[in-house]
Design a protein around this ligand. Structure first.
Ligand SMILES: [Zn+2]
Length: 166
């Protein structure tokens, strides 16, 4: 049974190691992460959020409901245009145990490369919500949280709600 790691846990601040082999454990962990993501109405979950310091994640395109299992994902190119969208994180919860949301500005489109669960190398240009989600989730693999992209004032507004939970 995997456990969700919350903001303040150092595991969320550690750079993850590449996955070297697709093992049955990895596949079952990713299945469990998809289940957790869906149960908590999330659209993405990265390995360190369940305490595993390894470069893999699961995410869902909210429009098509397509689920991606990405091993060693890498954003190889960022579009020039930026956009602002509300972001939250299953590891950054407020006093009601629900994610705290804040507007974050990021590139609108990205090209991402990854290995899928069958070992196939894939590459895709993503725009809109999937582009947003894949940036948020790959950040997790480098120990970066969405609050790191906020101005100090906005970050403090989020952290005040997070601290109220404890
Ligand atoms: Zn997150």
């Amino acid at each position: 049974m995997l456990q969700m790691k919350l903001c303040g846990d150092l595991v969320l601040r550690t750079k993850c190691d590449p996955v070297s082999a697709i093992t049955p454990e990895l596949l079952s962990t990713m299945d469990e992460m998809v289940k957790m993501m869906e149960e908590q109405n999330g659209v993405g979950l990265a390995a360190p959020q369940v305490g595993i310091l390894s470069r893999f994640l699961v995410m869902m395109d909210p429009d098509s409901k397509q689920v991606f299992r990405m091993i060693n994902p890498r954003i190889v190119s960022y579009g020039e245009d930026k956009c602002t969208m509300e972001e939250g994180c299953l590891s950054v919860l407020g006093s009601d145990d629900l994610p705290v949301y804040s507007n974050v500005t990021r590139p609108s489109s990205v090209i991402v490369e990854w290995t899928d669960e069958t070992g196939k190398q894939l590459s895709a240009q993503m725009m809109g919500l999937p582009a947003r989600i894949v940036q948020h989730e790959t950040d997790h693999l480098d120990g970066v949280l969405f609050i790191d992209h906020l101005s100090p004032v906005r970050r403090e507004m989020v952290m005040r709600k997070v601290r109220r939970r404890k």
